[in-house]
Design a protein around this ligand. Structure first.
Ligand SMILES: [Zn+2]
Ligand SMILES: [Zn+2]
Length: 745
């Protein structure tokens, strides 16, 4: 007989709330091992005793067969004294003083639950809130930690005898599945249409009928409400657009399955994998020319935002409707998604015809995450349900906890302490009371969840941002970071091994060191010590902050700066030009985002934008990638020694009606890419560059990004792009943390 040995393991990762301890229990049973497993300080400790063969097999299976959500890592594995213990037990959590808390995100429905959902023999057949330790909501229903049913919004539901038996059985897949529920004891649907109220199957059937009838239904999901309508019906989509006063903004579409996505979009294997992966994101996909989707879903664009069902309710609805549905966040423009039954009825009664509610409270909002493939990888444009709170490691150790309040648009906040940083889900644009309420709630909430109290705050150097105003009056020790330093540091923070960066921070304006609005800058150095080495020719933009929504203003500014005749203005040219000449309500800017706006107006694509980024997005969509020679743009040094690219030669091309819109859009992209390369090459003569980085909202543009990456790599220059944190202002909070951390080093 083999001698008995003992091994002690310490495992880390996302091992709380994902059924890791029951998994260890089952594994120990399987390999006939004695011992125990215990949560300790946010990690899991395991002591097992058995034959050497069984111990070895256990160690292998511990990693290879661990619940996929756990992302388990073995930190320690060492021989231990044999204690002769009999049986295997799950010990209760060790009462730790400072547990290493990990908040799990919301998980998509697992295959096992999905099989039960559609199995007529199962007690949870067609139950819209089925879940287990491997799936279901987490972040959006946790009230406080440690993660336990009593600390979630499921505390309102008392487990029935059957559920309780599963909940208490360590061998069951639902052992300690905190949101556990069944039709007898769990949350229920409620359909409301005028005076009509329906529950259960009738609620679902009425929803499907309303959607078939072309109506708009507000549906309560995991992290908030969606507005749904038939995505194949022009009439339904136009009804939604008119009522939401959103004439052009692209709408996300949820599909029953991958096959139905393939019928409307070109889908690579990589994209298919990502679309059906654990984050269940909205992924931007190239739309097929024979797509039957209403052209009103994404006017002016060649891509659509597609997602697959991620909650049992969505699975049921899409299976019954059997066709794609528009699923756009139910909110007032730019605000966080609405989560509350009463509030949605009060605020969107003029938009939705009917409501599909349920009675499981959403503790905090989480919008759908949005990704776009660029340079061979899915890149986040928005963090949300399933992806956040996003945790990253810091390349330094903070002495005191630090809060970063982010930018103004696409706001996120970040909380950092020691070597950890947590980035919140997308909050939204901070221009409204509700946004600020959610912003403040998020700040309080993250500190509560992670058992952390901040004493320091970092905000944007732009004093006018609502987030900056909040920070200044918070009573916390204040640091400020320039917008584009934050963009550069956000990227550098994802690649802590790199140094001597040259990072292009191109976006649609942010307050710069010299008091002008930056947005076309090349910054050299590393976090904490950025030097502006290149930029764009600056120009005076009429209309101040309103310019972002009015591409004609950018076009007019470029025309006036260069003395070009351009009169395609929606307002009286002479009047606006006279004000501009006197520099009334103008800003000096070098923002590439505004050059894109100008190009969109010059080419006649759009002179007034109905949503942020419309000009640049439509311009990108108009470009077809036809081979064309770039227009060489002059590059000269200004008095401060900053290299500046002059965009002036682009204007004649952009206004040349002998060229097609797509040719002009193409030329604009290739010329800017070449200009970027030219800047790199001239800066290389004085500075040693280890890596070129692309940061800022302009690089959401896939065409430009891929052109630049191709040019740089074929010239032997390594390029890095954001991969975990949004390249746009959603990444500012993370960048503020990185920048501040290095500064205090
Ligand atoms: Zn499940
Ligand atoms: Zn039950």
């Amino acid at each position: 007989m083999n001698p008995l040995l003992a091994t002690h393991f310490v495992v880390s990762g996302r091992v709380q709330g994902v059924g890791f301890r029951p998994f260890v229990y089952r594994l120990a049973q399987h390999f006939e091992l004695n011992g125990w497993v215990q949560n300790k300080l946010g990690q899991v400790e395991i002591h097992v005793e058995g034959t050497p063969q069984h111990l070895a097999a256990f160690a292998t299976a511990l990693l290879n067969e661990a619940p996929p959500l756990s992302q388990a890592r073995i930190l320690e594995q060492m021989a231990a004294p044999v204690t002769g213990t009999s049986g295997f037990v799950i010990r209760s959590s060790a009462g730790a003083t400072q547990p290493d808390i990990h908040v799990p995100p919301d998980y998509f429905t697992c295959d096992a639950c999905l099989a039960e959902l559609f199995n007529t023999q199962d007690p949870r057949y067609r139950y819209p809130f089925i879940n287990c330790t491997q799936c279901g909501p987490r972040y959006t229903l946790i009230e406080y930690l440690p993660y336990d049913r009593a600390a979630t919004s499921m505390r309102h539901f008392t487990l029935c005898a059957t559920c309780r038996a599963e909940y208490e059985n360590p061998l069951d897949r639902r052992f300690h599945a905190e949101p556990l529920a069944c039709p007898q004891c769990g949350p229920q649907l409620l359909f409301k249409h005028d005076k009509l109220m329906l529950t259960g199957e009738s609620a679902l059937a009425a929803t499907v009928a309303a959607l078939r009838d072309g109506q708009i239904v507000a549906l309560k999901g995991v992290g908030g409400y969606h507005l749904l309508c038939d995505a194949n019906s022009d009439l339904a989509v136009m009804r939604l657009r008119t009522r939401k006063m959103r004439p052009h903004k692209p709408l996300a579409v949820i599909f029953p399955d991958l096959a139905s996505v393939q019928r409307v979009a070109v889908l690579s294997e990589r994209e298919a994998d990502f679309l059906s992966g654990p984050q269940r994101p909205v992924l931007l996909l190239k739309q097929r020319t024979d797509s039957l989707l209403s052209a009103q879903v994404a006017p002016g664009l060649t891509e659509i935002g597609a997602m697959l069902p991620y909650s049992p309710l969505h699975h049921l609805l899409l299976a019954d409707f059997a066709a794609p549905l528009v699923a756009t966040s139910a909110n007032i423009s730019g605000e966080p998604v609405i989560t509350d039954n009463t509030e949605i009825e009060a605020r969107l009664s003029g938009v939705a015809d009917a409501f599909l509610h349920h009675d499981r409270p959403i503790v905090r909002p989480a919008d759908d995450p949005v990704f776009r493939m660029s340079a061979n990888q899915p890149r986040p444009l928005r963090l949300g349900r399933g992806t956040s709170p996003l945790e990253m490691s810091l390349p330094f150790e903070l002495e005191t906890p630090l809060l970063a309040v982010g930018g103004h648009n696409k706001n996120t906040v970040a909380l950092a302490w020691k070597q950890r940083v947590i980035i919140s889900p997308h909050i939204g644009d901070l221009g409204s009371l509700r946004s600020m309420t959610v912003f403040e709630q998020m700040i309080a909430d993250l500190q509560k969840l992670y058992n952390m109290t901040v004493t320091r705050v970092v905000c944007d150097a732009h004093g006018g941002y609502a987030s900056s105003r909040w920070a200044r009056t918070s009573g916390l020790t204040l640091d400020t970071v320039f917008h584009h330093h934050a963009h550069a540091s956000a990227l550098a923070g994802e690649y802590p091994d790199m140094d001597n960066w040259l990072i292009f921070t191109w976006d649609g304006t942010g307050y710069g060191e010299d008091g002008t609005m930056w947005g076309g800058e090349a910054l050299y150095g590393s976090p904490g010590k950025w030097v502006r080495v290149a930029s764009m020719r600056s120009f005076h933009l009429p209309g101040g902050d309103a310019a972002g929504r009015a591409p004609w203003r950018s076009a007019a500014a470029l025309a006036w700066e260069t003395g070009t005749a351009w009169t395609d203005l929606p307002v009286d040219n002479d009047l606006v030009q006279a004000a501009w000449q006197q520099r009334i309500n103008t800003q000096q800017t070098s923002a590439v985002g505004r050059l894109f706006d100008a190009a969109a107006a010059f080419t006649g694509l759009t002179s007034m934008a109905s949503f942020e980024g419309q000009g640049p997005m439509w311009l990108e969509a108009a470009a077809r990638g036809d081979a064309c020679d770039a227009i060489a743009l002059p590059l000269n040094r200004d008095k401060q020694g900053v290299w500046r690219t002059d965009w002036a030669p682009l204007i004649a091309m952009l206004t040349d009606t002998a060229l097609s819109t797509s040719q002009r859009a193409d030329l604009f992209h290739t010329s800017l890419a070449q200009a970027l390369l030219a800047q790199v090459q001239v800066i290389q003569t004085t500075y040693s560059i280890q890596c070129v980085g692309l940061a800022g909202g302009v690089f959401q543009n896939r065409r430009l990004t891929e052109l630049v990456v191709h040019l740089l790599t074929s010239n032997g220059l390594p390029v890095k792009l954001a991969q975990s944190v949004p390249v746009n202002d959603g990444g500012i909070s993370f960048g503020q943390i990185i920048e501040t951390g290095y500064r205090h080093d």
